[in-house]
Design a binder for this molecule. Structure first.
Ligand code: GCU
Length: 618
């Protein structure tokens, strides 16, 4: 009896103890792209599975051997030895395709495929004694079911943030087989929901790598310049030795070392004054420093810029000085007639260079979801300020706690991945979400999470506004809790306003904060010209005049501190099916899919050159 009682007390105690200790966060492998790794990019076999037989049998139970795409066998060998064997797939004899890249580019019939596709490849591996090994995906859109040598590792939901799985106990010397079931189909409980205004680029869209680290390694690390001019550093270790472990941050060119010991959860934070002259990061001078986080034999190197960003009244201050954000919005599509969302460093630089050199911009809104780390690193290198966003977009199920958890996890994954990127100044928690009490509570929870994860950046969201006659009022209840208000406005495109009347519009806000016009724009089919006095919509002339008049309106807004018009490049959207002007593309780009500049490109470039000429501020 006593033993039962003691066991019950022990059980209760451990239940209380476990209830108070939060579970460790998922593996982050921050700055993974800077770690030595074995790339798994390249040829993968692929096989469609529209009815998801590889995930469940015809009565809903586990799939039978004839459907298990992830089985650790070579189907043809098994079938050759056993005439009674039955497979209704064969991964190793399915076609191959170069990954990363969405399946929209695999073959013409994949243009509108929305469902489950299986990918498989083999790789040779030599285990390193004392090391742990992880497989990391830069992003898989939308759901990933990951298997190694026939064993299920993890499932990940969310199409735009990285995830990693430990494979130490599953990877074997010599040949290994990795299989991923990628399901692009979303439902109303997903983030984003089913209906968006961009292409559903299903697939393995970013790099895949094998990363081996010491048994106890640096899983998360963050370094930044604080508003009082100190360098602050945070580290979180993972491994059996993580508690009470010595850690260091070193910035050799600054002669700076901050050292300490982790706490019981493997965490450490420290800060120190900057002893030598620090060249702050800015678009004009995007200085990056080599930094090293050290924990025992684990060294994590990164290249980090140091700057401050803050709001004072209606001004945005970069390194203490007022700035005007001369920007443009972008989706994640490379230049070309058939983008597959493969963002290489060259593809990123081609797009961001057009903004910086072509438009004389200093800012880019990476809409409407976390873009590739290749893009945010390119922004660090080139010197463009970045608005980063999670796809809390339009009709989200605001009153569903599971949906909020999904959005919070996506936000956490985005911030943890990128908070060492000096270019990122704004975390956006959503876009054009219809106002309701449930929606505002949902968005406020996300704003709170941003502040908990990153006190060094600003939080915003793209809002809608109310119009009465010629007065446009930013009346969204969420605005008061943001650092920077942002509004999408399309008067003169989605409204019948004569373009010449746009400058008469007056903008008002009940709260005194900086405003960004996060979107305005008009469609134009590149090469369609209409010389009439009143050119028609979809002509380059209409788009150019729309920009002239909207910019005249913008100049009159006294608390405007930035713009990211919609959008740099035409982008694919299944909602845009005009057979003459759209053909499945949203044509609000200032450049065509292949980079052909439209007349409006020059209008915005001229505006930004004028703003640039007057120096910081407006
Ligand atoms: C909205 C939305 C964009 C969309 C744009 C448009 O503002 O935020 O995602 O593409 O309008 O209608 O072109």
């Amino acid at each position: 009896m006593l033993r039962v009682l003691l066991a019950a007390i022990g059980l209760a105690f451990s239940a209380v103890a476990s209830a108070t200790v939060p579970p460790p966060p998922p593996i982050a492998l921050v700055s993974a792209d800077m770690r030595p790794h074995q790339s798994l990019d390249g040829p993968w076999h692929w096989s469609v599975d529209p009815y998801r037989d590889g995930r469940a049998g015809f009565h809903g139970g586990p799939p039978g051997p004839s459907s298990q795409r992830y089985a650790d066998i070579i189907q043809a060998d098994v079938a050759a030895k056993d005439p009674t064997a039955l497979f209704e797939f064969d991964m190793q004899r399915s076609p191959t395709v170069e990954l990363p890249g969405a399946w929209i580019g695999h073959s013409p019939e994949m243009r509108y495929y929305n469902g489950l596709v299986w990918y498989q490849r083999t790789f040779d591996f030599t285990p390193q004694p004392g090391k742990r090994t992880f497989v990391r995906f830069g992003a898989v859109d939308y759901r990933a079911d990951l298997y190694l040598n026939g064993k299920k590792l993890i499932s990940h939901f969310g199409g735009f943030t990285p995830f990693a799985a430990e494979v130490t106990q599953f990877v074997r010397p010599g040949r290994n087989q990795i299989t991923v079931g990628v399901d692009s189909e979303r439902n109303s409980l997903d983030v984003p929901p089913v209906v968006t205004d961009w292409e559903n680029y299903g697939g393995i869209t970013r790099s895949v790598s094998l990363i081996s680290v010491p048994e106890t390694f640096i899983d998360d690390a963050w370094v930044r310049l604080t508003k009082d001019g100190r360098i602050a550093a945070s580290v979180r270790l993972n491994g059996s030795q993580m508690a009470g472990f010595p850690v260091r941050l070193r910035i050799p060119s600054l002669g700076l070392t901050i050292a300490g010991t982790t706490d019981g959860d493997g965490r450490w934070t420290g800060n120190a004054p900057v002893t030598r002259a620090l060249r702050r990061w800015s678009p004009e001078s995007p200085t990056l420093y080599d930094v090293r986080f050290e924990a025992g034999i684990d060294v994590l190197a990164d290249r980090v810029g140091f700057r401050t960003i803050e709001v004072r009244g209606e001004d945005i201050l970069l390194n203490g000085k007022p700035i005007f954000l001369r920007g443009i919005s972008m989706h994640e599509e490379e230049l070309g007639e058939n983008p597959v969302r493969r963002i290489t460093p060259e593809a990123a630089k081609a797009l961001l260079g057009t903004i910086k050199q072509g438009l004389h911009g200093n800012f880019v809104r990476l809409a409407h979801y976390p873009h590739s780390e290749v893009m945010t690193r390119a922004a660090d290198e080139l010197g463009l300020l970045v608005w980063s966003e999670i796809p809390v977009y339009w009709q989200v199920q605001w009153d569903n706690p599971g949906v909020l958890s999904s959005a919070e996890e996506m936000l956490r994954e985005n911030i943890v991945r990128d908070r060492n990127r000096a270019s990122i100044i704004l975390w956006s928690v959503g876009n054009e979400t219809p106002v309701s009490d449930a929606r505002t509570a949902f968005m406020r929870a996300l704003v709170k999470q941003v502040r908990e994860l990153d006190d060094s950046r600003l939080v915003t969201a793209a809002l809608l506004s109310a119009r009465k006659g010629n007065v446009q009022t930013i009346d969204d209840p969420l605005a008061g809790g943001l650092d920077v208000m942002a509004v999408n406005t399309y008067n003169g495109w989605y409204t019948p306003d004569p373009l010449a009347s746009l400058p008469e519009l007056e903008w008002r806000s009940p709260v005194r904060k900086p405003l960004i016009f996060s979107e305005f724009g008009a469609d134009a089919k590149a090469g369609y010209h209409d010389e009439a006095a009143s050119p028609h919509k979809f002509s380059e002339e209409y788009q150019a005049e729309y920009y002239r008049q909207t910019l005249a309106m913008a100049r009159k807004v006294p608390f405007l501190r930035g713009m990211s018009p919609w959008i740099l490049k035409d982008f694919r959207s299944p909602r845009r099916q005009h057979p003459v002007f759209q053909q499945g593309w949203n044509r609000k780009g200032l450049i065509s899919p292949t980079g052909q500049r439209k007349e409006a490109f020059g209008v915005l470039s001229k505006e930004y050159q004028a703003l640039e000429a007057v120096g910081v501020g407006k």
